[in-house]
Ligand binder design. Structure first.
Ligand SMILES: C[S@@+](CC[C@H](N)C(=O)[O-])C[C@H]1O[C@@H](n2cnc3c(N)ncnc32)[C@H](O)[C@@H]1O
Length: 285
């Protein structure tokens, strides 16, 4: 399949996330928020720091960063999807956070001040980028010398219900464009290699197992429609949807626990690195 042109890919991604902006992370299942909170802890955001959240969505990391840097710090969020940004801005206003701002902007080429941030995070965003090393270089430029970057990605990204959905997985949304045997997002070393190629130092990986618990199949279905997986449902012809949903429900039965709920465990990867500090030589592009 020929690669989708970059502008078209961005428009598709923005449209998917705009379509889920109201329900995103809001269907009673703890998912994006605990992951982003862990990322913010891993990166060690501290009071007074200036932070940027790249692909901030509904603010899972943004609000955790705001709490960590406190009123003396600053947080900037950027996202491609205008409705996500609008909803997150409303959240910023409701929480009364004058030191937090959110903009519609392409994180692939951020129009932000260079060398102006102590830290940057991107939770579940990097694998949506067609040229991750180029993007990681652009993010490094945003950091002060010694500034830190942390990203979260899935391990075994198609592990859940993969046999049910594989025929419908849309390449522009769920893969980096480098899919296949050499997809860097398949392994910790692969993602660390992207960081190394982009000139980061002190690269390390942490991981966490997140239990995601659903009251029943209906809640799982509502959840799967509330984030990027919506793009997969939208690709399934209407005539096939009930069949796919039934197949997913049968597969989910394997994960039903004694209390009748459905418990899935997903391993999350956190990759961290920093820009060379003042006085050291930054020898990569
Ligand atoms: C899976 S969501 C993660 C959102 C948030 N970081 C979280 O953890 O909940 C991916 C987000 O990245 C945004 N995104 C994807 N590509 C982007 C790009 N090139 N520039 C800015 N945002 C982008 C999407 O609009 C979406 O809000």
């Amino acid at each position: 399949m020929p690669p989708v042109p970059a502008a078209q890919r961005r428009a598709q991604i923005a449209a998917v996330f705009d379509s889920v902006a109201d329900e995103y992370d809001n269907v009673g299942v703890a998912w994006f928020r605990p992951i982003a909170e862990r990322l913010v802890r891993e990166i060690g955001a501290a009071p007074g720091e200036r932070a940027v959240d790249l692909g901030c969505g509904r603010g899972a990391a943004l609000f955790a960063l705001a709490a960590a840097v406190g009123p003396a710090g600053r947080v900037t969020g950027i996202d491609l999807a205008p409705r996500m940004v609008e909803a997150t801005r409303a959240g910023v206003r409701a929480r009364g956070l004058p030191n937090v701002e959110v903009h519609v902007m392409d994180a692939g080429a951020p129009r932000l001040a260079k060398a102006a941030y102590d830290l940057a995070v991107a939770s579940f965003v990097l694998f949506l980028m067609p040229a991750p090393v180029t993007v990681l270089r652009a993010w490094r430029e945003l950091l002060v010398p010694g500034g830190r970057l942390g990203v979260s990605t899935f391990t075994g990204r198609e592990g859940w219900l993969d046999e049910v959905f594989r025929p419908y997985l849309p390449p522009p949304v769920f893969t980096s464009g480098a899919a296949g045997a050499e997809d860097p997002f398949d392994t910790d070393e692969g993602v660390e290699g992207l960081f190394a190629a982009a000139g980061y130092h002190g690269i390390r990986t942490a991981s966490a197992d997140l239990d995601v618990v659903f009251a029943d199949v209906d809640q799982w279905y509502a959840w799967s429609l509330s984030h990027g997986q919506r793009a997969v449902w939208d690709r399934i012809p209407a005539a096939d949807r009930d069949r796919v949903r039934d197949a997913a429900a049968r597969r989910l039965e394997r994960s039903r626990t004694a209390d009748g709920r459905i418990r899935l465990t997903q391993r999350i990867r956190f990759t961290l690195g920093h820009r060379a500090g003042a006085g050291s030589i930054d020898c990569t592009g």
